[in-house]
Design a binder for this molecule. Structure first.
Ligand SMILES: Nc1ncnc2c1ncn2[C@@H]1O[C@H](COP(=O)(O)OP(=O)(O)OP(=O)(O)O)[C@@H](O)[C@H]1O
Length: 362
């Protein structure tokens, strides 16, 4: 047997071992779902009581890794959980490349559902929220994105479908503020685009980082894709930006990023805006102005320690309306999704405009 043969045999053995591990994991998951399905009992609905019903707005692209059979089993499991709590089978709606959840949420409302669940990433959540804002019907979350920023900020389980579903039956809702972003792309737009946001929106480094994350990389690396893209976007130039808070005279800054938040967490440990509260009727902002590697070190230190005193590189602001304009167009992001470049942004808050089913806010 030659050295090449030994390598070939070794490679085949490693491949077979990996295939066995994958097959075993899939089988175990399938068995767990079957076991859960068997233990779920249909709950009785008291005579005369109205049976509650949920709508689930699903972004199918977030479940493309599942085959048809696995997808149907997942749906059957979710429906069985609802029945076990005495609810009717949920109504299912799918998002499309052009209708990301707003229309589906409105259709669900027209059918008189008790809650609309967004099953997707933060883009789906944002769009469903647009359909529900200003109504008394709560939004629930079945997180299926990479960032799941709103779920992380509201302490909704984002890796465990069963735990996220359990929360739906807690029937505890909180009223949260909604942010609105007006995007003036040319700096002279007479009819700027208007988008709802729930977590944060801004321009500069973080938006360039989001814009640099390719979908394929996101599927492969998950949250790690943002780290790769962030490392690429670190070394861009500072931008000349004017920031005005609540109609006051604008302040000129040289900055790498202006981020305005309705809430401030990126991950459990990484809190960009420690004072931001989703129910305080205000927005918070950070202006990051690092220069070179040492400057980024200072920014990282300020964020990691949540120390706000004497920071030259990280400035915190608080208000109800922010106007941000820049001489050169900058990349813009909305709850972690890149939406192209713009010269001017206006960000304002709509206090207590949306009900969300989640644990009590801390
Ligand atoms: N049926 C569909 N086919 C193709 N694309 C779709 C469909 N439905 C939604 N989309 C795309 O999915 C995007 C929304 O994705 P979603 O918010 O669920 O995840 P995400 O923003 O990519 O989240 P994350 O970045 O956290 O993974 C929309 O902007 C739309 O372009």
């Amino acid at each position: 047997m030659t050295v090449a043969d030994v390598f070939d045999t070794g490679a085949v053995a490693v491949f077979l071992a990996l295939a066995a591990v994958v097959a075993f994991t899939l089988l175990a998951r399938e068995r767990r779902t079957t076991r859960r399905l068997r233990t779920l009992q249909v709950a009785d609905v008291p005579a005369g009581a109205r049976q509650r019903r949920a709508a689930i707005v699903v972004n199918p692209t977030k479940f493309s890794a599942l085959d048809e059979h696995a997808l149907r089993r997942r749906q059957a499991y979710v429906a069985a959980v609802f029945r076990s709590h005495g609810w009717a089978d949920p109504l299912w709606f799918e998002t499309t490349p052009t209708e990301h959840g707003r229309r589906q949420a409105r259709e669900a409302l027209a059918q008189g559902v008790d809650i609309v669940l967004a099953a997707g990433g933060d883009g789906t959540v944002r769009s469903v929220a647009e359909g529900l804002t200003g109504t008394s019907t709560p939004m629930g979350l079945l997180p299926a994105g990479t960032g799941n920023l709103l779920a992380r900020n509201l302490d909704v389980p984002h890796t465990d479908l069963a735990a996220a579903l359990d929360l739906v039956f807690s029937e505890e809702d909180v009223r949260v503020d909604v942010g609105w972003l007006e995007v003036d792309r040319s700096g002279r737009d007479t009819d700027p685009e208007r988008h709802l946001f729930l977590v944060m929106a801004g321009l500069g480094f973080d938006a360039a980082m989001m814009a640099g994350v390719e979908d394929r990389l996101k599927q492969r690396l998950g949250y790690g894709a943002y780290v790769v893209s962030g490392a690429r976007a670190l070394w861009g130039p500072q931008a000349k930006v004017q920031v005005s808070v609540d109609g006051q005279a604008p302040t000129a800054v040289r900055t790498r990023a202006v981020i305005v938040g309705n809430c401030g967490k990126l991950t459990k440990q990484l809190v960009l805006m420690p004072d931001a509260r989703i129910d305080d009727g205000h927005l918070d902002a950070v202006v990051l102005s690092p220069r070179g590697g040492i400057g980024w070190g200072e920014v990282a230190w300020a964020i990691a320690t949540r120390d706000r005193r004497g920071q030259r590189r990280v400035k915190h602001l608080h208000g109800k309306r922010f106007e941000v304009s820049c001489a050169e167009p900058q990349e813009v992001e909305l709850d972690g999704d890149p939406i192209g470049t713009a010269h001017r942004l206006t960000l304002s808050v709509d206090p207590a405009a949306l009900w969300v089913r989640c644990p009590p806010l801390r």
